[in-house]
Design a protein around this ligand. Structure first.
Ligand code: N0T
Length: 528
């Protein structure tokens, strides 16, 4: 028979999240996958815009596109569904060898119903908005409405049915039901029905998780309205996710509009109901079908960013950064994300549609800005599968240059590993006999490193604008770096390109402006 062209891809093993010993892996096509992601702008979810998206992803060396699919576009008329956009998206992604994370913009998009179809927006009797304490309507759709849940879930299930029937090769690897849920300004629904619920005892599943029982106010005090709202939003989102997973069991996660690392205990100052880190336990109890929650990071203070990474990297919560600002200073936090075993990372607003969310992100996506994200992605892209496997099973560490430029260090095995910033590749800062100026990257918000301990003696090291040093953790004098190899992995095996030695190692290992993967071998010499 004549060759009939590529067959429809055979149904692959479903993507899934796996966790073991407090570490996590996103399994895609049967093996750990590192999501080198990029999120498109909010209104790029139309076939004609996709041509402005793919080239940016390619320039970044991204392997995954996060992009919305809106309820208003798939069900403009109730009960009539249109998947032409999804069809174009899958086709484009496959042609560009890119995986997709679909963002379901439904009942809540940054808390608002803006992406619901007109027949939802305009029918407040059937799809009620929350009530404020004074009885007025609040802009957010109530999470207690069964009608809203039924309608949202029905449309979401149709999306998942489309994926089940048209995406056997799992181009879509994950789904985010809703976007930045919660409610600004009014911390919970104050409708009569909600008030009646609020007066009752907290649900048994929550009481069990918290190890406390009583009314919302008895258990949560001042945060009671927010805890109540959180439970109901999480329950709603879980019902949507559960129904979708029953159709096609893809990993599903939620994203949080953050409230500052102290989480502003004022419940009116936060997207109340969303999965901020201090209410993750409520989310976990109410939404067992959600695989994890991730932080949307737009705070530019380095200490805050690292605090968020720590709060979301938990044995029961895989770290994934679904959104981070796309200006240069955010790029370096890729390194501490993967150093904490993060399964993915995605700067927001990565397309050429001419929109910029400055001051949250970049003013414009110029070459330098794209380059800041492209460098770590280009480093990881060729070994992403290997790194994901290593990070699932081996100790890892990562750091970004803090705002004050202070060095960072850790101990992995018998070795202390330190990272310093803003130095030339040659020489020492305190060499006063040889006049020099600091390099141009000394003042720039760049610099990061990620390390994995491969074995008792071997370490994988990557980064940019960083000087890395190894020294024996216990100060033993006979510890030496035996070799520094630059190379890559091929079919799971380390392949040497060259050894670094001499000037390239005499002043630490200096990774500056190009993708380089190093394997450092350490040892202790014996004198007997
Ligand atoms: C993010 C993005 C997109 C008073 C912002 C951050 C994305 C959403 N929201 O470009 O809208 O869809 O998840 C909200 C941060 C609000 C800051 C307001 C300061």
């Amino acid at each position: 028979a004549a060759f009939a062209g590529p067959a429809l891809a055979a149904p692959g093993e479903l993507p899934r999240l796996e966790s073991k010993d407090g570490r996590h892996a996103l399994i895609v096509d049967g093996a750990p996958f590192l999501m080198l992601g990029a999120q498109a702008n909010n209104s790029s979810n139309y076939p004609e815009m996709l041509d402005e998206v793919w080239p940016v992803l390619e320039a970044m060396h991204a392997n995954t596109l996060e992009i919305p699919i809106a309820w208003e576009q798939v069900e403009p008329v109730e009960g009539r569904f249109d998947f032409s956009y999804l069809e174009a998206l899958l086709e484009g992604a496959r042609a560009h060898d890119t995986r997709v994370v679909l963002l379901w913009f439904g009942t809540w998009k940054n808390t608002s119903p803006s992406y619901t179809p007109a027949w939802v927006k305009l029918d407040n009797a059937r799809f009620p908005r929350m009530k404020a304490p004074d009885g007025s309507d609040h802009y957010v759709l109530s999470p207690l409405s069964q009608n809203t849940l039924d309608a949202d879930r029905r449309a979401f299930v149709k999306v998942m049915e489309y994926l089940r029937d048209h995406d056997a090769q799992n181009t879509v690897i994950m789904v985010q039901p809703e976007n930045e849920t919660g409610s600004y300004r009014v911390p919970r629904d104050y409708s009569a029905a909600a008030n009646a619920q609020f007066a009752k005892a907290i649900p048994a599943a929550l009481a069990k998780a918290e190890g406390k029982s009583g009314t919302w106010e008895e258990v949560y005090g001042k945060q009671a309205p927010r805890a109540f709202q959180t439970w109901h939003v999480a329950h709603f989102v879980n019902e949507v996710a559960k129904a979708g997973k029953a159709v096609k069991n893809l990993p599903m996660y939620v994203n949080a509009s953050l409230a500052g690392p102290s989480n502003v205990p004022d419940p009116t100052g936060v997207a109340s109901g969303g999965p901020q880190w201090d209410v993750l336990d409520i989310w976990k109890a109410a939404a067992p079908d959600i695989d994890f929650a991730g932080p949307d990071i737009y705070d530019r203070e380095s200490a805050n960013i690292v605090a968020y990474l720590d709060k979301y990297a938990r044995p029961d919560n895989a770290l994934m950064v679904p959104e981070i600002g796309n200006s240069i200073e955010f790029a370096r936090f890729f390194w501490p994300t993967i150093g904490r075993g993060g399964i993915g990372f995605a700067p927001f607003g990565m397309d050429d549609t001419g929109f910029f969310n400055y001051p949250l992100g970049a003013r414009t996506l110029d070459e330098e800005t794209l380059g800041a994200f492209a460098l770590p992605y280009a480093t990881l892209a060729p070994i992403a599968r290997e790194w994901a496997k290593i990070a699932y099973t081996r100790p890892t560490w990562g750091a970004a240059k803090p705002d004050d430029g202070a060095p960072r260090e850790t101990v992995l095995g018998h070795w202390k590993i330190s990272a310093d910033w803003g130095q030339w590749q040659f020489g020492e800062k305190d060499w006063t006999w040889l006049p020099s100026e600091p390099p141009e990257w000394a003042e720039a918000p760049v610099g990061g490193v990620a390390v994995a301990q491969l074995s008792k003696t071997e370490y994988l090291v990557m980064g940019d604008h960083v000087r890395v040093r190894f020294s024996p953790a216990d100060g033993t004098a006979n510890g030496v770096v035996v070799s520094v190899e630059e190379g890559t992995f091929e079919n799971g095996k380390w392949v040497l390109k060259r050894r670094w030695n001499g000037d390239q190692t005499d002043y630490g290992i200096n990774l500056i402006d190009r993708p380089q993967v190093l394997k450092v071998t350490t040892g202790f010499y014996s004198s007997k």
